[in-house]
Design a protein around this ligand. Sequence first.
Ligand SMILES: C[S@@+](CC[C@H](N)C(=O)[O-])C[C@H]1O[C@@H](n2cnc3c(N)ncnc32)[C@H](O)[C@@H]1O
Length: 222
Amino acid sequence: MTIMKRIPEAELMTDEEQAIAYANADFEEPHNHFIELLKESVGHVIPESGLAVDLGCGAADISIRFAKVYSAYQIDALDGAEAMLAEGVKAVNTSGLTQRINLIHAYLQETTLADRNYDLIFSNSLLHHLHDPMVLWNAIKSAKGDPSVFIMDLMRPGSDAEVDALTNKYAKDEPEVLQRDFHNSLKAAFTPDEVISQLSAVGLEGFNVLVVSDRHLTISSK
Ligand SMILES: C[S@@+](CC[C@H](N)C(=O)[O-])C[C@H]1O[C@@H](n2cnc3c(N)ncnc32)[C@H](O)[C@@H]1O
């Protein structure tokens, strides 16, 4: 079977128009799905209160949803793009969660997770942006203590026709900039087998890799 070649996209979402469109898009279904799957996979092992970090938080929608469900958590929400963080600041202010969500401008390659005692590391849709996926796995591997981990991302379809079909199914009513982003993101994403190899290379082979929808996979600690 031939595997469609990965075409990386820009790592940081630095474009203001793109950031505004992303922040205003309707992510209700996939982002609620993220929280439900997080609960199912690591909800039973994380402490009731604690410190979490959201890697590649973007406009902070996932951080906010997490904070509302896990009401005794503090969250460090980190992103390398100022344009996205600016949208995150607005959303966190509106949500009234400024005391619990700490937005941090940081490039993952230059950040250590070894300075703070995180109970949970989570991330949505960051992995496919990274030119070198090992940046994420090395950061997780070097985290202090033994945090639980829950990651969700897109997975790369087998063909251009499938990319077009998924773009049409899920993004056809979105602004053109988001349709283009979703299309490019599907092509930049990793396959489950590639993720399994990445985890094995860094010594995280105990993690679970699951296909959870026609376009998403999750990676979680046991
Ligand atoms: C598709 S968005 C996802 C945002 C958010 N997690 C969500 O689900 O709504 C990916 C985010 O990762 C950020 N990002 C990509 N590469 C990064 C890196 N190397 N360090 C920090 N942030 C990064 C981008 O700037 C962007 O905001």
